[in-house]
Design a protein around this ligand. Structure first.
Ligand SMILES: [Zn+2]
Length: 106
């Protein structure tokens, strides 16, 4: 198993699909499905009945999960959509780093 290389709060860019090129922040990660929910990406319209939160009912726009392979992390250091790799520091803690510029991501 293992987690995803993309985590909640990361800034990502969509690299394939209808939303290609869009950027947003990861709102949720769903490691079991290998999917993430990204702010403003893969919006779907849902028809809903009137409820307390939405007394009118009608159409609600919401982000649907997209597969993690369709997004790339935006490196805070080189500002490009990059692939991420792992390395261990001297204390043995795992960190993500940018494969393009080599900067630590966390
Ligand atoms: Zn970088």
């Amino acid at each position: 198993m293992g987690g995803l290389k993309i985590k909640k709060g990361d800034r990502v860019q969509v690299i394939s699909g209808k939303d290609r090129g869009k950027q947003g922040r990861v709102l949720r990660s769903l490691p079991r499905e290998r999917r993430v929910i990204v702010e403003g990406v893969n919006l779907v319209k849902r028809h809903s009945r009137p409820s307390r939160d939405n007394p009118q009912g009608g159409i609600v726009t919401k982000e649907a999960p997209i597969h993690v392979s369709n997004v790339a992390l935006i490196c805070g250091s080189c500002s490009r959509a990059v692939r991420v790799a792992y390395r261990f520091d001297a204390e043995g803690n795992k960190h993500r780093y940018c494969r393009k510029c080599g900067a630590d991501i966390d």
